[in-house]
Design a protein around this ligand. Sequence first.
Ligand SMILES: [Zn+2]
Length: 192
Amino acid sequence: MPTKATASTSSLPDHSLNRFRAREFAAAGQAASGTVRLADWPRAAESVVDPAAEIAYRVEGGADASGRPRLLFALSGSVEVICQRCLHPMQWQLGGQTAVLLAANQRQLEAWDSEVEEAEVVLADQPLNLNELLEDEFLLGLPFAPMCDDPGCARRAGSEAQGADEIRIDTLPEDSSPFGALRGKLGSKQSN
Ligand SMILES: [Zn+2]
């Protein structure tokens, strides 16, 4: 079990998270790290089974090879997501690092967006909400259709592929609407 991180010199005070001076941070080559409870991120909380889980983040400021100001994001920890094949919860290990370039204006944003493949570009002409950026990174790092390693799950996928017509569509036929019956009653009343 990961131990709860204690405040360190590199963690950002909570009040500065939504007024994050990203370009200054990058220019100064600063780094920050901390932990976040997924329950504090509304969109992330909906994407996992266990919103009470805590994950760790690290943000590192700097520049890319061409001197563009850049943030490197790294998230670590593990969360529970739903396997899209057997619909059972499974652990998903966070990892990897993503780069975000910090454009000073709209023109730069568009130019960098077309020049750079390996990084995202955000408009950073004013303070950013670091919380939202981290949540975006978290959501981008989640698998679109997670599948577990359970051998039973893979077998099930094989049998489901053969019986594709078993797929249920959860829409009620229009006739089953309670208003249908009501409409019938009203209709007969009016005809009296
Ligand atoms: Zn599964």
